[in-house]
Write a protein that binds this ligand. Structure first.
Ligand code: NAD
Length: 374
């Protein structure tokens, strides 16, 4: 049977990308899903074992910066839709190596856009029926102040978040602070420029922090679950006062599906679950959940919390207003945070082989450089 759509998903071997690939391959058997990924340290085909032999799935190992190769992929698979997730994604690494972030996130995105433009403009109908969807982050908006340090559980969506009266909306001016967010901001600008200059049908979404299965354990939640299990110190930046807004990764993937199909061309949508947590409080929830599931005494591992020198330029608070997405497309997160954390902790504890496979070699060196070898 002929495919009704040929969709190129970049970064599909990474954390969020693997959930998007899985969703599309399973939900749309008549779409051909081409997952293009360079398999950097963050890319792992072990994230996709359950769908890799499906007939509507193809994996291509490639670098998005390799323009000639990317153009060839568009032609070979007759690509009519792009969901672009491939990026360098870890703020701490961007502080040490900003060049790689500018190259992959800015030049790589430009290479994707230019390949799409050349291929799609070769048809008489040009951009009709085509779509270039770029996945970005709330970090491009910069940082919000904490105006309610103790948190206020009575604050509602309209009265601001529990830790401050402002949210990031789609109209918030870009003000990135880290090399990671600066590079993502650059890529977002290029995507919008391709719409404004050439008429390319683009969409950009900016999402809050994701958590859930298959996240590389350099990021806070999987790193801490693994360390608690092995009774290793939990390095907390500063005093753990920074606030982040957390969304379960499957809810992000569902939002991407909805927006890819029903989002308006040239629009921006913010994605988030109105779920702000001070880092230190989140860490305590993770410790309690791991201890309960492992049958350890309550709070047995609180002593692992170790405050370390704060990250350079550490943004104080992120908080996303996703009202537009709810009002226009009816999207809402499906999981309460407590359920999401329970599922996530259980997944990492149940998938120790997955964790062992990626926490050797390069990871050990990275971990030692960041936190010492204890
Ligand atoms: P990740 O680091 O887990 O995965 C990135 C993937 O991109 C990896 O599979 C990697 O191999 C691939 N990749 C990197 N450089 C490449 C290149 N040059 N060519 C081809 N592939 C390459 O990242 P993630 O957390 O899944 O994030 C995916 C996207 O979502 C990123 O664009 C990120 O900015 C964005 N985002 C992430 C979050 C979050 O909380 N993780 C939140 C909002 C937005």
């Amino acid at each position: 049977m002929e495919s009704v759509r040929n969709i190129l998903i970049t970064g599909g071997a990474g954390f969020i990308g693997s959930h998007v690939v899985r969703l599309f391959v399973n939900k749309y058997p008549r779409y051909h899903i081409v997952n293009l990924d360079k398999l950097t340290y963050a890319g792992n085909l072990g994230n996709l074992r359950d769908i890799e032999s499906k007939p509507n799935y193809t994996f291509v190992k490639a670098d998005i910066c390799d323009f000639d190769f990317i153009l060839d992929v568009f032609k070979r698979y007759n690509i009519d839709g792009v969901i672009h997730l491939a990026a360098e994604s870890h703020v701490d690494r961007s502080i040490k190596d900003p060049f790689t972030f500018a190259k992959t996130n800015v030049m790589g995105t430009l290479s994707m856009l230019q390949a799409a433009k050349i291929y799609w403009e070769s048809f008489p109908e040009k951009y009709e029926g085509k779509r270039f969807y770029h996945i970005s982050t709330d970090e491009v908006y910069g940082a919000l102040e904490i105006t309610r340090p103790q948190g206020d559980s009575n604050s509602g969506e309209c009265g601001g978040g529990p830790f401050g009266d402002k949210f990031f909306t789609e109209d918030t001016k870009y003000n990135p602070h880290s090399p990671y967010s600066a590079a993502k901001a650059g890529s977002d600008h290029f995507v919008r420029a391709f719409h404004d200059t050439y008429g390319m049908p683009t969409i950009v979404t900016n999402c809050s922090n994701n958590y859930g299965p298959y996240q590389f354990p350099e990021k806070l939640i999987p790193l801490f679950i693994n360390n608690i299990r092995h009774r290793k110190p939990l390095p907390v930046y500063g005093k753990g006062e920074n606030v982040r807004d957390w969304l379960y990764v499957v809810d992000h993937a569902n939002a991407i599906d909805l927006i890819f199909h029903e989002g308006k061309i040239a629009e921006t949508y913010n994605i988030g679950g109105f779920n702000e947590w001070k880092n230190i409080d989140l860490i305590k929830v993770v410790i309690r959940t791991v201890d309960r599931i492992l049958g350890r005494p309550e709070n047995a591992d609180m002593d692992l919390i170790t405050f370390v020198t704060d990250r350079a330029g550490h943004d104080m608070r992120y908080a996303i207003d996703s009202t537009k997405l709810k009002k226009e497309l009816g999207w809402e997160p499906s999981l309460q945070f407590e359920e999401g954390i329970e599922k996530t902790v259980r997944w990492y504890l149940d998938n120790q082989t997955w964790m062992n496979n990626i926490t050797t070699g390069e990871y050990e060196k990275y971990y030692g450089d960041m936190y010492g070898n204890n």
